[in-house]
Design a protein around this ligand. Structure first.
Ligand SMILES: Cc1ncc(COP(=O)(O)O)c(C=O)c1O
Length: 392
């Protein structure tokens, strides 16, 4: 790829220099963390923290104390690190297809497979809440774990995602850009003690690790912005990706959360609803402007509030999707073919047998375009104008 300083990055890593300084200051703080901002958003539940969202899922599964080799239902349309968490916890992923209306778990496919499962991981993909009433009814007394990596502040029937299943987890590196970390919310108090025991057994990052982490996150964010993203980060990233397959790494390091990530998340959360509102506005602008083109746009499901963490567009076929992605990048707009490789990786490494046709189709035809709350008006206009040239 030719260096392109004007390139708009596909994701939003909003970790500023003042976030960096705040994180550094909190590395040295010995104060107890004030979890009030969490209580204000999620109500009276218990909160636990690890170094990644995937680690939180691992901890939850271990705390459930399931027999070794238990099957866990999980949408195939996901990031493979979710499957890694399941495998590392001694369980086996059982892949569930998605509903093409909202790209989350298909209750009908879950119903077919539920008898074999010990627990279900539901993902509110792209921030769009899954059909929790149907899923919980099908799951019966089996544990329903919500994966809210994408769905911070999304709502289903007036309740925040993360408070709907027995237990849930969030990835703090994503929408809220806290740097890293995973958060677990326990809604079924029976689980709190066993989760606490698992968390107590994790190694705690040292002050030095906290500091190193802050520096790395800040640099990563710095290079994830214009002009450095298009000049260096993406061209170098793509050339490494061509030589080394990073997605085959299957183990991960489970540890406690870095203090700086936790402090920053708490600070940002208190006002994060304003960023979500801005990102929703951007998304509604795209929906209005692109409604007469050939692509399928996302929409907000009945009785849901979608945080529009990402803006997924579905094409008629793979060729159109790939053409659009190349065209947009050429014009200065980076996009993501999110989870496109997952069905293949799942066949190679996680025992997927080919029974999720909707997921395979979506993986070949999906593209997310930047809709970040940090985009400027001229960037939004440029994205719409360029998209119209290729979506037709
Ligand atoms: C749907 C989903 N769940 C969980 C995770 C894991 O989050 P983390 O990167 O914090 O481990 C990811 C990460 O990419 C994800 O896409």
């Amino acid at each position: 790829m030719k260096p392109k300083p004007s390139l708009i990055p596909r994701f939003n890593l909003d970790y500023s220099f003042s976030d960096f300084l705040y994180g550094i200051k909190s590395c040295f703080s010995s104060d107890e963390f004030d979890l009030k901002p969490l209580g204000a958003v999620f109500g009276k539940t218990s909160f636990f923290f690890t170094n990644y969202g995937r680690s939180s899922l691992y901890v939850i599964l271990r705390a459930l104390n399931l027999p070794k080799g238990s099957k866990i239902g999980v949408p195939l349309y996901s990031c493979t690190v979710v499957f890694d968490a399941i495998v590392n916890a001694g369980c086996v992923p059982c892949f569930i297809d998605i509903d093409l209306n909202n790209y989350t778990m298909d209750p009908a496919d879950l119903k077919e497979k539920i008898d074999d499962l010990e627990a279900v991981v539901v993902i509110h993909t792209f921030g769009r809440p899954a059909d929790m009433d149907k899923i919980k009814a099908i799951a019966g007394d089996k544990h329903v774990i919500e994966d809210c990596a994408h769905s911070l502040l999304s709502e289903y029937k007036g309740r925040k995602t993360g408070t709907l299943g027995n237990v849930s987890f969030f990835s703090l590196a994503k929408y809220i850009s806290a740097g890293g970390g995973g958060m677990t919310i326990v809604n079924n108090s029976d689980l709190s003690d066993s989760i606490q025991r698992e968390i107590d057994a994790l190694k705690k990052p040292s002050v030095l690790n906290n500091l190193k982490h802050s520096v790395i996150v800040y640099l990563r964010s710095f290079f994830y912005h214009k002009p450095w993203f298009g000049l260096f980060a993406l061209p170098i990233g793509l050339s490494i990706e061509d030589k080394v397959d990073l997605t085959t790494k299957r183990s991960f390091d489970v540890a406690g959360i870095n203090n700086n990530d936790l402090c920053l998340m708490l600070k940002k959360l208190a006002v994060f609803n304003m960023n979500v509102e801005k990102q929703r506005e951007n998304s509604f602008f795209y929906i209005k402007e692109l409604k007469d083109t050939s692509v399928t746009l996302p929409y907000e499901g009945k009785a849901t509030y979608c945080n529009y963490y990402l803006f997924p567009i579905k094409f008629e076929n793979k060729e159109d999707r790939d053409t659009a992605s190349d065209f947009l990048r050429d014009k200065g707009i980076d996009t993501s073919k999110l989870y496109s490789e997952t069905p293949l990786k799942a066949k190679q490494f996680y025992g997927y047998t080919g029974d999720c046709p909707n997921t395979e189709m979506l993986a070949d035809t999906i593209l997310t375009i930047p809709n970040h709350y940090t985009l400027k008006e001229n960037e939004l206009i440029k994205i719409v104008k360029t998209a119209k040239e290729v979506f037709i």
